[in-house]
Design a protein. Structure first.
Length: 132
């Protein structure tokens, strides 16, 4: 059994309240592994070192789960952007985290993700635990 480095955390995001889900939804969201620093921010250097462990699972109600990778795209405002990539062969399935590099991933915090259709959704960090 492989032991993952302590910087890698399993982060669960649940859909925050919206018009469609006035109380939010724990059945819609993401669970992903990312290296976090002591302030809860994604650490780019540690991601480069451990990128093969940085995976994502998208769960969306009754739809089948989707599995992919957490990818950092360099450049642009905010020193690049973070995306969830489900198929390396195409880019139209990518979902991008809005200012993921600036957000602290701590329970109770909010983040936004633009889905593959261009729609922005807000999520609440439900948990941050050691990745195993």
């Amino acid at each position: 059994m492989t032991t993952l480095p302590h910087v890698l955390k399993r982060i669960r995001l649940n859909l925050a309240r919206s018009k469609e889900f006035p109380t939010g939804s724990p059945r819609h969201g993401y669970e992903f592994v990312a290296p976090l620093d002591e302030t809860g921010h994604i650490d780019v250097e540690q991601w480069r070192k451990y990128r093969e462990h940085c995976r994502v699972r998208r769960f969306w109600g009754r739809e089948p789960d989707e599995f992919g990778r957490l990818v950092h795209r360099a450049g642009g405002a905010g020193q690049g952007r973070w995306i969830f990539d489900y198929d390396q062969q195409v880019s139209d399935d990518d979902e991008s985290g809005y200012r993921f590099g600036a957000h602290a991933f701590r329970p109770g915090e909010y983040v936004s993700i633009r889905d593959d259709e261009g729609e922005m959704h807000t999520f609440q960090v439900a948990s941050v635990e050691p990745a195993t």
